[in-house]
Design a protein around this ligand. Structure first.
Ligand code: ZN
Length: 247
């Protein structure tokens, strides 16, 4: 039976006192990909035993700082390793220059073989990392952002990144084993969610309602108490360092 672990390396929004910025590690054994890299994501992964210098594939969903602030640190860590491993970064067209400049500025980066690969959510460009297939599709956020569908064996995972609710996400999530959706605002702050192109807790719950397992992330301190009070079992709230095993 093929199984994979989804490791929550960060479940919070831009600044949360007890949650790192958004980051998920998809660990299928031979294949690992980090989806976004919050500022403390590598610390969280190291704490639960991951050798973070061995992470060679990263997907950055968009160019907002809280989603890639740990990425230059990952490259920097690789410069200290005796056998320099490569770093393949995947991101949307609009974030390319930003990510390139960020990595170029890392001292010692010329010693590492690193690449930035453009993945266009509008074209639903698919990539295959060994046995993991990743398909981006458009999120609805303030800048170009990719939501993602991942498939590994018979397992389907859908990840929203920062977004207003979209029909395509809901459709993808309806047949997913795991659907992860952002819940930045409490439900009473719908106007703020619309203005900043994020989602409320109620909207996130609706988006994941047909998935086998639904998890909320990108939780802000404002949304924390409402998110923690969910009782219907559909919107799981998980702490950083949690591992969700799917088979
Ligand atoms: Zn954002």
């Amino acid at each position: 039976m093929s199984c994979l672990n989804v490791v929550v390396a960060g479940s919070g929004s831009t600044l949360h006192p007890s949650r790192g910025q958004t980051s998920l590690l998809i660990d299928a054994g031979d294949s690992m990909i980090l989806i976004d890299v919050g500022c403390t994501a590598l610390n969280t992964l190291a704490k639960i035993g991951y050798e973070v210098s061995q992470i060679n594939h990263v997907f950055i969903t968009h160019g907002h700082y809280d989603h890639y602030c740990g990425l230059p640190l990952l490259l920097f860590i690789k410069t200290f390793m005796e056998s320099h491993s490569a770093l393949d970064v995947y991101t949307v067209p609009d974030a390319r220059q930003l990510i390139y400049s960020t990595l170029k500025g890392v001292r010692g980066s010329e010693r590492i073989k690193w690449n930035i690969n453009i993945i266009d959510p509008d074209k639903r460009d698919k990539i295959n990392l060994r046995d993991i297939m990743i398909k981006p599709f458009p999120a609805k956020h303030t800048i170009q952002t990719a939501s993602l569908t991942l498939r590994y064996s018979d397992i389907k995972i859908v990840i929203s990144s920062d977004t207003r609710p979209t029909e395509e996400y809901k459709r993808e999530a309806s047949s997913a084993d795991l659907a992860v959706h952002e819940a930045t605002f409490p439900s009473k702050m719908l106007k703020d969610a619309i203005a900043s192109k994020h989602s409320t807790v109620n909207e996130a719950l609706s988006q994941i309602s047909h998935a086998t397992l639904g998890v909320l992330y990108h939780i802000s301190p404002l949304a924390e108490s409402e998110a923690l009070s969910i009782k219907n079992g559909k919107g799981l709230i998980v702490n950083d360092g949690s591992i969700i095993k799917l088979c």
